[in-house]
Design a protein around this ligand. Sequence first.
Ligand SMILES: C[C@@](CO)(OP(=O)(O)O)[C@H](O)COP(=O)(O)OP(=O)(O)OC[C@H]1O[C@@H](n2ccc(N)nc2=O)[C@H](O)[C@@H]1O
Ligand SMILES: Nc1ncnc2c1ncn2[C@@H]1O[C@H](COP(=O)(O)OP(=O)(O)O)[C@@H](O)[C@H]1O
Length: 286
Amino acid sequence: MTQPLITLTSPAKLNLMLHIIGRRADGYHQLQTVFQFLDYGDSMQFKLRTDHQLILHDSLPGVLPEQNLILRAAHLLQQHSNSQQGAEIWLNKQLPMGGGVGGGSSNAATTLLALNQLWQCQLPLTKLAQLGLQLGADVPVFIQGQSCFAEGVGEQMTPLVLAEPWFLVVTPKVCISTAEVFSAPELTRDSQPITIRTVLEQGHRNDCQAVVERLYPEVHEALNLLGRVCQAKLTGTGSCVFGSFPSQAAAESAARTLPNSLPYFIAKGANTSVTHRQLNKLKELG
Ligand SMILES: C[C@@](CO)(OP(=O)(O)O)[C@H](O)COP(=O)(O)OP(=O)(O)OC[C@H]1O[C@@H](n2ccc(N)nc2=O)[C@H](O)[C@@H]1O
Ligand SMILES: Nc1ncnc2c1ncn2[C@@H]1O[C@H](COP(=O)(O)OP(=O)(O)O)[C@@H](O)[C@H]1O
């Protein structure tokens, strides 16, 4: 019998602002950030196996299979749910790695969501988000699937309805380690907390930006180039920088001002993750 196959997009996120307001006893930084999803990402396929095996068909440069967040997420759900089933998984990587667009976390979340459905585990999103947090601070937002204001290490989320403009995302060819940026001595760690009511007026800064610009001249250069045509900002700990536009045509026209050597993509903002929209459609189809 042919086993069911699910195809899903594993989207990118942008941090529209990111303030660091303190540090926990375990060294993790307490953030205030606004997450927006993009209708753009990696493509993933999941096929049910009736045995217990988990097979990831595609590898990533510099990532051992057992370190890949996709297999780590699949193993975690298998253990937690006591599922006797397995899966074959395919990944078509489009998102830059170490780019601050959350590709690895998004892949982990998409895996938890897909296998929860394929294996009929029926875990609620809150439980999947708790499991996801064990894999990375950014995983819960991709499980929850709504644009939001996030606090703590990003796991305390309050949904926020944002505008859904088009974004031009410049992707400098550097892979940035989140841990490296958070360990920089000069990082701002004492921003004044703001409230969700004032976030859209007061939250335009990314506290990681100065450190990343100093450590990575390519990012500094990308911010300068994009800054000529729009307000250019860093997402997360970088390396990607972005600006927003009222239309796809306006974003394309801005992209034409960039040097040919500078890679970029253009995508629409979305208040709901495309993964959730696709899974809901699959549920409707039965
Ligand atoms: C900063 C953000 C903002 O969205 O994005 P990225 O730029 O990485 O995408 C995230 O909070 C990143 O989340 P994620 O990429 O999942 O980070 P993790 O794997 O959990 O953490 C990697 C390392 O960064 C440090 N870290 C991470 C998050 C945090 N709030 N404080 C930290 O100090 C810790 O040293 C940790 O070991
Ligand atoms: N499936 C995956 N996709 C991307 N990166 C992964 C994956 N699994 C593990 N990683 C590791 O996580 C690191 C950070 O990945 P990524 O999520 O792309 O960056 P960021 O946190 O900056 O958005 C990568 O450099 C890689 O070593």
